[in-house]
Design a binder for this molecule. Structure first.
Ligand code: V47
Length: 376
């Protein structure tokens, strides 16, 4: 393989191209190689085998119904305590009002994840979903991370499976992938010690999948984790996906380093580098051979790197969003929202075919590749 600068990658390339599965050691070799060009090409070929030139995105709205949270994750700059000026907390009716205020025709996905509020009764949550579905029947509600579901189980004094069942009956369409952080105990104890444990996070997703609900998975990287711990995180997700097939997408979340105690304690105020973002996405695409989509999350890695990531295995670039507060509280410099036309352009300029999807990954519209006129 003449195109390989790092010839030690040859057996990996052969294996991947034959549809084989990488071992943990082979995954680590991908992380450590200096031959980034080879990594990019392999991730791109893997992505193209699945999706050709297609890149997916959704017309979406993001809403955090409260930032009040008692969990105290050290990477978080979003959480506030009750009574603080910057705290907010919407009732179900106020959530409906906020969605109405931000509504733009064509939006299909409402993605909500929020703080762990200490006092709302269990009934608050299904009521919110029901009110939203009744007022906006075309809006698909993707909400509540596995960490929030565990919190609701405690409040509602019922098993997590029952929480999921009742939320699904109220109209919940899918679950986002937040709260996963890094599964490895060593890191989790330092960044999210009061949050759902790794095994429970995985169990809640297993339960959601058993109800026919699709979910996503995230990984927070670029802080105190090692490369082995990143791959271990992916490995556990790959195993669960083998079991259930219920994940739609894997989304690496680049650590945003401002205004949180983790950054202050470590003095680590650097953002992740573009190359680390791209390398991470490429390894994910190749290692997570059973995930349909790897998402480049423009809010955290910026539109420019996201556009380049379409050559590094990325098949989905999330959505238009409208307003985002978790990453921006921690220093994200991306815009608060993108227009649908802007997302289409971003994909077309990268020589790809934009596909508008909904929260279920139904294809709603396929746009022409750049420079090609749409057929009637
Ligand atoms: O759960 C919090 C993370 C998540 C920071 O499922 C941080 O489609 C980086 O889960 N730096 C919320 N990350 C966002 C999220 C998400 C985003 C996009 C798509 C999907 C999906 C899910 O953000 C939290 C937490 O893991 N987070 N603080 C920070 N300083």
């Amino acid at each position: 393989m003449k195109w390989l600068r790092d010839q030690s990658l040859a057996p990996i390339v052969e294996k991947v191209e034959a549809g084989g599965r990488l071992s943990f050691d082979e995954g680590m070799r991908l992380y450590h190689t200096r031959d980034l060009n080879a990594l990019m090409r392999l991730a791109n070929r893997t992505k193209e085998r699945l999706h050709g030139d297609r890149v997916y995105f959704v017309h979406s709205m993001r809403l955090e119904f409260t930032n009040i949270c008692y969990v105290g994750c050290t990477f978080c700059a979003f959480a506030a305590h009750k009574g603080e000026d910057r705290a907010w907390d919407y009732s179900p009716q106020e959530v409906v009002g906020e969605v109405r205020r931000r509504y733009v025709p064509g939006i299909t996905e409402l993605h909500m994840s929020s703080g762990h509020h200490p006092n709302h009764p269990w009934a608050y949550y299904p009521e919110m979903v029901r009110e939203l579905r009744a007022t906006f029947p075309d809006l698909q509600v993707k909400a509540f991370t596995a960490a929030e579901i565990e919190h609701l189980a405690r409040i509602g004094k019922r098993p997590t499976l029952e929480v999921l069942r009742e939320l699904q009956a109220a109209g919940l369409a899918a679950m986002p992938g937040g709260g996963a952080e890094i599964f490895a105990d060593r890191v989790r104890r330092q960044v999210a010690k009061n949050k759902v444990k790794a095994e429970k996070w995985l169990q809640i997703h297993r339960e959601a999948h058993s109800l026919g609900m699709h979910t996503n998975a995230t990984m927070l990287y670029g802080h105190i984790e090692t490369l082995e711990e990143r791959l271990d995180h992916m490995h556990r997700l790959r195993e669960l996906q083998d079991e259930t097939g219920g994940f739609h997408a894997f989304i690496p979340l680049a650590f945003q380093p401002l205004g949180n105690t983790l950054a202050q304690n470590l003095g680590k105020t650097d953002f992740t580098t573009g190359l680390d973002d791209l390398r991470n996405l490429a390894v994910a695409r190749i290692y997570l051979d059973n995930f349909p989509h790897i998402k480049g999350y423009w809010v955290m890695i910026g539109s420019e790197v996201t556009q380049v990531s379409l050559d590094w295995g990325v098949s989905d670039i999330d959505g238009t969003i409208q307003e985002e507060h978790i990453a921006h509280a921690a220093g994200a410099t991306s815009p608060m929202a993108l227009s649908q036309a802007g997302m289409v352009r971003m994909i077309q300029q990268a020589g790809r075919v934009p596909v508008l999807r909904d929260a279920y990954y139904h294809e709603l519209e396929v746009f022409p590749a750049a420079g090609v006129e749409a057929a009637d």
